[in-house]
Design a binder for this molecule. Structure first.
Ligand code: BGC
Length: 449
């Protein structure tokens, strides 16, 4: 039985992508509000100001989740709602209190992320994740949320995808806060990890348990068997996968040069960073093909963004079907990604969750209350088959969260990309479950019983 009865079936979202209501309830400004207001940053000049209006419609959304039959809902708490200007704002916490109560009443376990990229702007003005103080402010915020919600939240994730914040937010600049620092972004790795470790301690001190992390991971494939390409793939994997996972799981950076590039008392910090976790969350989308730098081999999607002189070059993965977002569909990459954890960490591998898996297709508008999305169904079916294989092969994977519960604001790509099981008509905010929603509902029901 690959999926045991206690396997957690879930769906996910994040605050800035769904809530809207950015000026309500005393919420402060976040880096994403600022970034979206800058011309040319977001496709069609869009923003998360209204998004899926989840702040007002959370009851309807929880009812949809209840009918879907998920065991857990992964959402994020917006830091700028809880600490809008440096002091705790209890009205911001009240919203999550209501959401968590609503989930519990529906029999759904709340799974809370504390940072899904929406740094309060006043902290960014002070240096954001480039500054050590931000890690301490994050732990203070974690403590407050833990004290308020700890009696009901079942799974905690202080951070979501610190690698994306460093890479897109600080090194390349196509996400908030839009900094173009290249390798000078490395301190943001250390400060996010330190913030994570301090937050784990703060949550535990507040009585919370079952604490993990959600990070972006994918197998890295070398463009050829040549030594140059193999070395390039290894460097890329070090930066993207192991730079974050090694400190968390082994208490060290994956290379001495990287440890040397980090600020502060690194050795002492690593003890905090590697506070044992109860589980580890993988957000999987696709593997990456990587080769040695060349003049014209680079993937055009990222070529223009990358700083020069990197020892690797991401290449376009051809020969696979793609989603409407242009991302290759490679389910076996999920099996391989799970397996690479056991390969690297052996007995030190904590139980794993797939904290995100999903695809964007430009679904048709609803007709007679239906949104046919066969490609999304095929996507999840194939990824779950790959996950079954991983579990059969011995991996301890305990849950799968579909990204996303509903359509939402896909960061720099705006609203065109639709990852949801539920369609949102942004003009009316009408929710329409897609065919994939009914497919997932039946899949969960058949698997549980
Ligand atoms: C993020 C989500 C995002 C999804 C699809 C993940 O990197 O955690 O916020 O919407 O991928 O791009």
């Amino acid at each position: 039985m690959p999926f045991p009865p206690e396997f957690l079936w879930g769906a996910a979202s994040s605050a800035y992508q769904v809530e809207g209501a950015v000026t309500e309830g005393g919420r402060g400004v976040s880096v994403w509000d600022t970034f979206c207001a800058e011309p040319g940053r977001i496709r069609d000049g869009q923003s998360g100001a209204v998004a899926a209006d989840h702040y007002h419609r959370y009851r309807e959304d929880v009812a949809l989740l209840r009918d879907l039959g998920v065991g857990a809902y992964r959402f994020s708490v917006a830091w700028p709602r809880v600490v809008p200007d440096g002091t705790v704002h209890s009205e911001g916490l009240d919203f999550y209190d209501r959401l968590v109560d609503e989930l519990c009443a529906a029999g759904i376990a709340p799974a809370a992320t504390l940072f899904h990229w929406d740094t309060p702007q006043y902290l960014e003005d002070n240096g954001g994740w480039l500054t050590r103080d931000t890690a301490h402010r994050f732990a203070d915020y974690a403590s407050v949320v833990g004290q308020r919600l700890g009696d009901r939240v079942r799974l905690w994730m202080p951070l979501n995808e610190p690698v994306v914040v460093t890479m897109f937010g600080y090194a390349l600049g196509n996400h908030a806060p839009g900094r173009n620092l290249g390798l000078a972004a490395l301190p943001t790795v250390h400060h996010q990890l330190l913030g994570h470790g301090l937050a784990v301690g703060a949550l535990r001190a507040a009585g919370c348990s079952n604490i993990g992390v959600a990070n972006h991971h994918g197998a890295v494939w070398a463009a050829s068997e040549s030594e140059a390409d193999t070395m390039a793939a290894r460097s890329y994997a070090t930066l993207v996968n192991w730079l974050f996972a090694d400190p968390l799981l082994l208490g060290r950076y994956p290379a001495p040069e990287l440890a040397a590039a980090m600020p502060g008392p690194v050795v002492e910090d690593l003890k905090v960073i590697s506070t044992p976790l109860d589980w580890y969350g993988i957000n999987y989308y696709q593997p990456t093909l990587v080769g040695a730098p060349s003049k014209n081999g680079s993937d055009p999607a990222v070529a223009g963004l990358l700083p020069p002189d990197l020892p690797f070059e991401p290449r376009r993965l051809s020969g696979y079907p793609t989603t409407d977002f242009g991302w290759p569909v490679i389910p076996e990459g999920l099996r391989e990604t799970v397996a690479m954890f056991a390969d690297r960490y052996g007995d030190a591998t904590p139980p794993l969750y797939i904290t995100e898996s999903g695809c964007s297709y430009h679904d048709p508008d609803p007709v007679d209350g239906r949104v046919p999305d066969p490609a999304r169904i095929a996507y999840h079916e194939a990824h779950l088959r790959a996950l079954e294989q991983a579990i059969t092969g011995g991996a301890d994977v305990r849950g799968y969260f579909v990204w996303a519960a509903t359509d939402n604001f896909e960061w720099a790509a705006g609203y065109r990309e639709r990852f949801g099981l539920v369609h949102i008509d942004y003009a009316t905010q009408k929710r329409t479950p897609k065919d994939s929603y009914y497919w997932y509902r039946d899949f969960i029901r058949d698997t549980i019983h």
